[in-house]
Design a binder for this molecule. Structure first.
Ligand code: AMP
Length: 220
């Protein structure tokens, strides 16, 4: 099964994609995590991506698509993939479709995790993430038991550079301008299922798992 998790920054794509991938034994590909890893390692790709990420802009399609296509050729992707944060533009969508068609595969479903813009702003501005296991926390709505420490693995919590107020606004602007058109694209192809992204992690996950079982018939 090949599934795309679509949603604005802060919609909870990362958390949900990681959980659902584990549950369904699918590979989890998060292009944002791949770029952050490359930055940590100081590779040429990481340095290039940083220029865009710190401004809240998208990394150019040719760089992103090349990285993604190399990743989906790995053996762990043969049983299926949850794409988290990819595609983000129509050009990326086309590149992914083309590559899957070559392997006689196709995207089965697109889960659109819907959250209102005001809520996204609140979530992103108080977000802290574990450096080790990537579990997200929120200083008001879901704080860790011990400040600065992950409840799951005791890893150190940090705030992403691109979770600063001006960068958050730019990332949301980029989402509505460049990624939101994908909602219409996948609605037209009959693959999109909209899921309410407001609720506990478990509630949202239940909605997603139900949506994956249902036949996709566009927006609810
Ligand atoms: P994320 O962790 O998904 O919020 O991504 C963080 C940042 O990485 C984004 O704001 C972009 O700068 C970059 N990025 C991640 N995925 C993509 C993509 N599919 N296309 C272009 N840039 C991306």
């Amino acid at each position: 099964m090949y599934v795309i998790f679509l949603g604005a920054p802060g919609a909870g794509k990362g958390t949900q994609a990681a959980e659902v991938a584990k549950e369904l034994k699918l590979a989890h590909i998060a292009t944002g995590d791949m770029f952050r890893d490359a930055q940590k390692k100081g590779t040429a790709l990481g340095l290039k991506a940083k220029e865009y990420m710190e401004k809240g802009k998208l990394v150019p399609d040719e760089i992103t698509v090349a990285m993604l296509l190399e990743r989906i050729a790995a053996p762990d992707c043969r049983q299926g993939v949850i794409f988290d944060g990819f595609p983000r533009t129509l050009a990326q969508t086309e590149a992914l479709d083309k590559s899957l068609v070559k392997q006689s595969k196709a995207i089965d479903k697109v889960i659109f995790i819907k959250v209102a813009e005001e809520e996204l702003l609140t979530r992103l501005s108080g977000r802290w993430i574990c450096r080790q296991c990537q579990t997200p926390y929120h200083e008001v709505t879901s704080p860790p038991k011990i400040k600065g420490k992950c409840d799951r693995c005791s890893g150190e919590l940090y705030q992403r550079d691109d979770d600063k107020p001006t960068t958050i606004k730019e990332r949301l602007k980029v989402f509505f301008a460049q990624t939101a058109p994908l909602i219409d694209y996948y609605t037209r192809t009959g693959k999109l299922v909209e899921v309410n992204g407001v609720g506990t992690v478990e509630e949202v996950q239940k909605g997603i798992l139900n949506a994956l079982k249902r036949r996709s018939a566009g927006r609810k």
